[in-house]
Design a protein around this ligand. Structure first.
Ligand code: ATP
Ligand code: MG
Length: 571
């Protein structure tokens, strides 16, 4: 693409509604023209493609408007969080191709949040409730019926302060008391009915250890953390729409405490990414891992970023897919086929073409001398000449795909059959023997196919392009290839929208989501590839070396087929 072309496409790309809101704020001169966003994962699981959508938005807006996007770990619940998750999140964001300004933790603000809570208590705006969570829930009322005030709602300020301090001691019993904001038990927005600000947790925190015993709730930590950091646009998903008034309310209180009115963060919500045949809930994904229903967070069937990486999806393809589905105000279910199309598109441009035979049958070229070999040149990537070529060894004994041969062929069969000619990719035209086309075992399975080659048709040589009716087949030389295990993946779930199904999600798993082919052969060049190199097994699909692959036991993961055959097969 020329430079003008690039500019044109950029101009044409319409702004998302989030970018429009940001532009309005800039036009109004808000926050002195400063743009600051954050990506706020809770380190309680690995990132999935839904998070990638949020990442593209949070980092994308900052990049677009010369702002900064920070990473903030929302680590306010030590009972579920771990540094393992922190490390994986850092790695995955970088792999997706984004750079953060700073790394922050909500736990960095525990001291400030504590002081703010104390200030609220002293203002008579918060109280300690010693009821059980069940009692509190019963008193919440319904959206059309006001709630019932807690009997502890009007306790004296001094008593509240004393109990709040008691909450933060090792002796405090989990669940025995909470700090609640004294807001409005009749508010139609349920989040205003005296929301919980603090609860007692004794599990040591991954960063602050046993320093704290009282921890702030999401609603009392998120907006404030945004405020402490100077976030201008706090972009999140639609389920936080009903939280926004409370977000704003706590910011009002903070501004009052700090006696400043110049700056405030603004929450903007967009639709979550939901995808067919999978789930996005970290709780469910964690259950799949913990119950060994998948091999780990990075199982190539998982919708996690690490799973997709292991499967062979490129970061560019994930970003292109997210770009194509866009950001709206309405929740939807996105077709996984769209993601696969983006992957195919991207890998077509970047993958190394190699030869692999997944369901092999022996082929002998009877007029090719025993012991002779030839080095053939194979183009690495027809989409990019600069990727060069590699050599593949040709010999008398080859492996080809079993279903590329038919002893009794139908008319339309354009592959190998008695008396028929085909071309071997980067090799010669061969003809299957008419008299004795193959040997078979006792069960009638073909064991060896016999052919002759035409020495005048070596690929790339003058006069080699003799036209034949048959197709071009891939092959590997039997003495110059490596045995490999190939893992083929199908949808993880059997139903289109497992999250909307009444049945337990475990019952909806597809028992055929993994097929292991353990008798495959790959050419030597393919055997030398490493995880992270995008491969195309010619005529089959895209593949990636598995991280567990060794020289003695090669393992490849199928990323996606060359064409979308899934929709047809499952009609
Ligand atoms: P879960 O509820 O399953 O634990 P979460 O949404 O709470 O997941 P967080 O770690 O809190 O996970 O999410 C970090 C950010 O990623 C939030 O801003 C959240 O809105 C966003 N996010 C999470 N899931 C999706 C999704 N499916 N699509 C788009 N954004 C998402
Ligand atoms: Mg969350």
């Amino acid at each position: 693409m020329t430079e003008t072309n690039i500019q044109n496409t950029e101009e044409k790309k319409s702004l998302s509604f989030v970018e429009q809101l940001v532009e309005n704020d800039l036009a109004e001169g808000k926050n002195g023209g400063r743009i600051q966003t954050r990506f706020p994962p809770e380190p309680n699981g690995y990132l999935h493609i839904g998070h990638a959508k949020a990442i593209c938005m949070d980092f994308g807006v900052a990049e677009h408007y010369n702002g900064v996007c920070n990473l903030r770990f929302d680590d306010t619940n030590p009972s579920k969080e771990d540094t393992e998750y922190v490390d994986s999140i850092l790695h995955d964001i970088q792999w997706l191709g984004f750079k953060w300004g700073n790394v922050y933790y909500a736990s960095d603000y525990f001291e400030q949040l504590w002081e703010f809570a104390e200030w609220m208590i002293k203002q008579g705006k918060a109280y300690i409730d010693e009821q059980t969570s069940e009692q509190i829930a019963e008193q919440k009322g319904t959206p059309t019926q006001p709630g019932t005030p807690s009997p502890y709602r009007d306790r004296p300020i001094e008593e509240n302060l004393e109990l709040f301090h008691k909450m933060n001691t090792p002796e405090a019993v989990e669940g025995s008391m909470v700090l609640r904001a004294k807001l409005d038990m009749a508010n139609p927005n349920m989040h205003f009915r005296d929301p919980i600000m603090y609860r007692i947790i004794h599990t040591p925190h991954h960063r602050t250890g046993t320093k704290w015993h009282a921890y702030p709730m999401y609603d009392f930590a998120h907006g404030q953390s945004d405020y402490f950091e100077g976030v201008t646009h706090s972009i999140c998903t639609l389920e936080f729409v009903p939280h926004r008034p409370l977000y704003d309310r706590f910011i009002d209180e903070l501004q009052e405490m700090q006696q400043q009115k110049d700056y405030r963060p603004r929450q903007i919500e967009f639709n979550r990414l939901n995808m067919t045949y999978t789930v996005m809930s970290k709780r469910k994904l964690k259950a799949l891992v913990d119950e060994h229903l998948v091999s780990g967070w990075d199982d190539p069937r998982m919708p996690t970023v690490c799973g997709m990486r292991r499967r062979g999806y490129s970061p560019e393809s994930i970003r292109k897919f997210i770009d194509s589905i866009g950001y709206t105000k309405f929740d939807a279910l996105n077709d996984v086929a769209l993601l696969e199309a983006a992957v195919r598109d991207d890998l077509n441009a970047r993958s190394l073409r190699v030869s692999a035979v997944l369901n092999p049958v022996k082929l002998v070229i009877t007029n090719y001398p025993e012991g002779k070999t030839e080095e053939m040149q194979a183009v690495n990537n027809p989409e990019n000449e600069a990727d060069g070529t590699h050599t593949i060894t040709f010999s008398r004994n080859l492996w080809i795909e079993r279903d590329d041969f038919m002893e009794v062929a139908e008319k339309k069969f354009m592959r190998l059959a008695p008396g028929k000619e085909v071309r071997l990719k980067n090799g010669y035209i061969i003809k299957c023997d008419e008299e004795h086309p193959c040997d078979k075992d006792a069960e009638g399975n073909v064991t060896t196919i016999y052919c002759t080659y035409d020495p005048e048709t070596r690929s790339g040589l003058p006069g080699a392009d003799r036209k034949i009716k048959g197709k071009t087949l891939h092959w590997v030389s039997a003495d110059h290839c490596h045995k490999a295990e190939v893992k083929i993946y199908d949808r993880l779930f059997n139903v289109e929208n497992p999250s909307a199904d009444e049945r337990d999600f475990r019952e909806l798993l597809n028992p055929q989501s993994l097929t292991v082919l353990d008798n495959c052969y790959v050419e030597e060049f393919a055997a030398e590839r490493k995880p992270g190199e995008y491969l195309q097994f010619q005529r089959i699909g895209y593949f990636m070396v598995d991280p567990d692959s060794t020289a003695d036991h090669l393992v490849f993961n199928k990323t996606v087929g060359l064409k979308d055959t899934w929709a047809k097969q499952n009609k």
